[in-house]
Design a binder for this molecule. Structure first.
Ligand code: CMP
Length: 139
């Protein structure tokens, strides 16, 4: 089925001018960028986005990192977009990421791992709605 997923290009990647190279990997895999904006998250906005991780030991560090520089939030659309995006991103820890994936090529550590992608249809819907209105999604 055609799906949409929420993707975030994280501060470690925007700092190193990697937005275009990461977008090329998404587009080469057949994912269409149907919405995209560069924003500076506050700690509170990052905290709400990652609410499900609030009890994890790395939560504070994760929120500080996500608010440390601009991010690019985007909606990717395509056949099986959620799984396809996760394939293109590679494993959370760059040490485990397959060659050619975004995280293998660009991520600096498990925390500063260049990209986020929704993990399921329900989370994709919630995460897309967190950043975008329906009118901003142009398929
Ligand atoms: P993401 O897909 O954005 O979802 C949660 C994030 O938490 C994850 O990517 C990692 O960047 C981060 N994370 C996961 N494990 C750790 C860890 N052990 N230390 C720091 N950050 C982590």
């Amino acid at each position: 089925a055609i799906e949409r997923t929420l993707s975030i290009i994280k501060p470690d990647a925007t700092r190193r001018n990697l937005t275009g190279k990461i977008n090329a990997k998404f587009e080469d895999a057949g994912l269409r960028i149907v919405a995209q904006k560069r924003i500076q998250l506050t700690m509170a906005q990052a905290g709400k986005f990652y609410e499900v991780h609030a009890e994890r030991p790395f939560y504070g560090e994760l929120c500080e990192f996500m608010a440390s520089a601009p991010v690019v939030v985007q909606v990717l659309e395509g056949e099986g977009a959620i799984a396809k995006n996760r394939e293109v991103m590679g494993a959370t820890n760059p040490k485990d990421a397959a060659p050619g994936t975004v995280r293998a090529d660009f991520a600096e550590s498990v925390g500063e791992n260049s990209v986020h992608g929704s993990d399921a249809p329900e989370t994709a819907a919630v995460e897309i709605a967190y950043f975008f209105s329906g009118l901003e999604l142009v398929g």
